[in-house]
Design a binder for this molecule. Sequence first.
Ligand SMILES: O=P(O)(O)OC[C@H]1O[C@H](OP(=O)(O)OP(=O)(O)O)[C@H](O)[C@@H]1O
Ligand SMILES: O=c1cc[nH]c(=O)[nH]1
Ligand SMILES: [Mg+2]
Length: 211
Amino acid sequence: MRVTVLDHPLVAHKLTVLRDRKTPSPVFRQLVEELVTLIAYEATREVRVEPVEVTTPVATATGTALSTPRPLVVPILRAGLGMLEGMTRLVPTAEVGFLGMARNEETLDIVTYAERLPEDLTGRQVYVLDPMLATGGTLVEAIKFLRTRGAAEVTCLCLLAAPEGLEALEAKLDDDDVHVVLAAVDEKLDEKAYIIPGLGDAGDRLYGVVD
Ligand SMILES: O=P(O)(O)OC[C@H]1O[C@H](OP(=O)(O)OP(=O)(O)O)[C@H](O)[C@@H]1O
Ligand SMILES: O=c1cc[nH]c(=O)[nH]1
Ligand SMILES: [Mg+2]
């Protein structure tokens, strides 16, 4: 598994505002979109492309086009949905599939409650969107599922990870074709498996009622 942590002052600035408990949902959603676009720029560095001929007003040239099949983008509901708009702004022709997964906050078991993905992902490049990588349980389940459908390379775009979650991914998947691209790796998990310092519950801050 490869891990890339973005080192960029704009990313750090936006992440700081995102962490602030006083940042309201509309601003939070806007910042998530902006951050995803920056993360996606790095995460798509190895997206498959092919040469194409292009005719300019004065000459022909060899350009670059995304290969087919197009990349598949998979937001993990609920919080991952907040990252979809930022990703499709950068890769508008990507195909989009959905996984609905929730962590039981008592047992930390993962429940998959929705799935809408192509049956056959053989050889496909897949980009998974989920802002928080805490224990890693959700991403382990999601990546295993994509692999059983034949996905070739899986790139995960996250905002924050705990070191414990990254270690769990490495230990439970041991997969060279997994790449995690992140805005930051935080300090640790607390006793409820929340990321510290983190930003709280990403799903609630995007879509829930918070004070
Ligand atoms: O690494 P883990 O310990 O599995 O935790 C991370 C998961 O928790 C959050 O989702 P949550 O289960 O809260 O669902 P939500 O997006 O509907 O709020 C987050 O968006 C991840 O999917
Ligand atoms: O800190 C955390 C951990 C899991 N899910 C979140 O939304 N936040
Ligand atoms: Mg949540």
